[in-house]
Structures are given as structure tokens and as C-alpha cells.
Design a protein around this ligand. Sequence first.
Ligand code: IMP
Length: 446
Amino acid sequence: MTVRVVIGAQFGDEAKGKITDYLASDARYVVRTGGGPNAGHSIHLPEGQLVLHQLACGVLRKGCVGVSGPGMVIQPFALENEMQDLERRGLLRGEVVLSDRAHVLLPLHEIEDGWEDDLRARKNPNARLGTTRRGIGPAYADRVARWGIRLTDLSRPALLRERLELLYAKKTQLTGLPPLDELMARLTEVGERLAPFIRPTEPLLWGALERGENLLLEGAQSALLDVDFGTYPYVTSSHPTSAGALVGSGIPPTELDEVIGVAKAYTTRVGEGPFPTEDSGPSGEFLRRVGGERGATTGRERRCGWLDLVLLRYATRLNGITSLAITKVDVLGGLEEVPVCVQYVLPDGSTARDVLPSQAEDLVKAQPVYERLAGWPEFHERTKERVRREGGRALPATLRRYLARIEEEVGVPIELVGYGPARDETVRLEPQGPGRGAPSLEAWSG
Ligand code: IMP
């Protein structure tokens, strides 16, 4: 039995969906542990591309249970559409389970999210957070302030009405809310349709642990967007860390075996906030164009820059990452050299290698110090074929040096490498040793 958690180790959009889907092949349960419709996990199946927002990717695999866990804030109408869409395409092959403790994200949260971000921007244009406007912050705020409605409440009309009335009485600043009776009716109806999927998930997962079945916790968003340890206030409102995944699933910390941190071979960010290695010039444009860097949920263009090892070391320590999955290495193919940031110089002249200042405005002033590594050739179909056949040793030598340099700098092994969007374009590297075929660092002249 293995309990694994997949964590985004940057600012989101690291291709966690692809890696989770890969790792789900031997999992009995895959559990989404936080976030809600702000997430967009893209998966490229032989049948075509799809984006999961609120369902765990386990729902795509026969014999697997995809749990939308108690740490989530679920928009039930969007969730129902997502299920119907998968069903229509014949892709809903696993089982769907929704935690009765998950909170309900209401239309008023979506309105409130937009209202709040606009208010910030009116006060000060730099204060906008650039949220996904899916209602995440207000839904989590209501949860911790104990105004929330949970999926379990959808089947209790008296309780549901009482809680809705309280919320409507509280949110007097909002306009354009649907009439309460209408919302009440819609929630009751969707609650009835979703009822067969809503159940207590803790006993389900504890039973799986007792039976020794494999569990995979699918983190959404990423470590640098954590509400406490990310670049506050430019963060999401949940804990997208390994600790957060445990809280968001009800799995005890003592059960966790592996923490897989997913990072792109470069860095992207969507929304506002500090991004030390951002490149607003032609290199950033190149990454955006070749990497197809556009948000899977909002369609916004992502900001792009080089790999930041300071962030990666920080995320590794914060999450106890035991191995890394590095994705989209094919995007950098064809570049003569690839810069990576190894440390920052801060305004007071000090350097930072694995800790981040708590003030976002200090991080904005951090100067990245780059090391330039040799690039690798473009990834033609021929190369991909060889990698499929022969494994990691068929990756270009300079790419293997790039990966070895990341391992050396971050201090954890890279076990998976994504070299294309398709399900089979992930390669597992052999453990350290001659089989891995990574050229020694000494041999690299830099
Ligand atoms: P929220 O989660 O919608 O409140 O947005 C807060 C910040 O997190 C914004 O900068 C979003 O762009 C970012 N964010 C939220 N979810 C994701 C995600 O799944 N991928 C990347 N960025 C995200």
C-alpha cells in the first residue's frame, strides 16, 4: 500500500493533472483535497483533451474512485455539468464520490469574489489579486467564519433555508443575487441529483488504508499559492501543501508515504503577485507561445519565466517533497542555453536560497542570479519514440544534465519527466546509478 500526495511546487499549472493521471494507474482512490472550480487539470487522453475542475482524475479510470474531498469548496451546478460532459464523452469510467463535509460554493460567492477584487483595484490598481473570480476566497471565508453551507445540508431543506437566509442577510453589499427562493429550489434539486454521490468519505478512505489499497491525494493549486506560505496576499484561500492535503482528506499524517512535487522545467504564474524570474521580453513570449501557456480555467495568458530553484527548494522543504516530477521539458527543446535561477540577491545585499521573505513587496525586489545551462535539441517524434522504448536514458544528454543539476541543487531525486502532453509522454527515471544514465556533473563544462 502506498499513500502518495501530488503537490504543485510552483505557482500552479505545472501539469499536475497529467502527473496525477499517470500515478493514478495503480491507485484505488484518488482524492481532490482542496480548492474548487478555480482548478483546471488538463489531461490528454487518446480520445481527446479534457480539463477536470472539481472531479478527481480517478473518475477517468475503471476500478478507481475519484473523491472530491472535504477540503474542497464545490460549485454544485458546475460539478454536475462536468460529470455530464464526461459521461457524454464516455470518459466517466471510475466512480464519483463527493464528501458530505465539502462546502458549497454559491453564486453569491462568485459575485462577491469579483466585487472584492474590483474594490481592491478601485482603492489601488496594484492591489488587485487577479483571482479566477470563481468565488473561492469568499467561500473559504464563509467556511472558517462558520457561515458556510455544506453538501450534507442540501438534503435538509429547513436547515438549508435557514443558512441561506443568514447568508443573504449578511451580504447586503452585493447586488444581482438570484432571489433566495429560486436559489433554494435550484440547490434542493441539484442536491437530489447529486445525493447518490454524496457520502462520508473519511470511513471510505480509512477502510482503504486498512485494506492496504493505494491512495493518491491530488493537490490543486500550488505551494506558492498557499494562504500562509505563499506570496500573501497574492495567494488562493486554501492550503495546497502536503499538510493541507491531509487536512483536506482526513488522512492522518502518519499514513503518508510519498510527496511528489510537480514543477515545470520553467515557471509560469497567472494572476497578480511577485514572480522573480518573470521574463516580459522575447524569452517569456517564446515560453508562452511554445508552451501554450494560457489558463485552463480562465483562458488568461500566463506570465512566463525561467526555472526558479529558490522557489523549488522552498516548496521542497515546506512540503517534505520526496521526489520531483519535471514537466514540459520538450517546450525548451531547441534553445542554445537555458538559464536557471539558483539564488536571489535581496535589497539589503543578502542572498536567499531556500527561504522567502514574508512580504510580497520584498520578493518583488529580489534579483535572481542565473546559471546558464546547455540547452537540448528539439523533441521530434523520433526522440519521443526512443524515450518510450528505452526510457530516461534516451533523453538528450544535455537535458539529463539539466535534470541532474536540479536534483543537485534541490536535494531530491527527479523520478518522472513529462516530455509532451499525451498520457504516455511521461518517463520514469531509474533510481540513481548506472542504469539512470545521467552524465556526471563533473563532465559538464558549463
Ligand atoms: P483564486 O484561487 O481564484 O482565489 O485566485 C487566487 C490566485 O490563485 C490568482 O492569482 C489565481 O490566478 C491563482 N490560481 C488559483 N487557482 C489556480 C490554478 O489552478 N492554477 C494557477 N493559478 C491559480
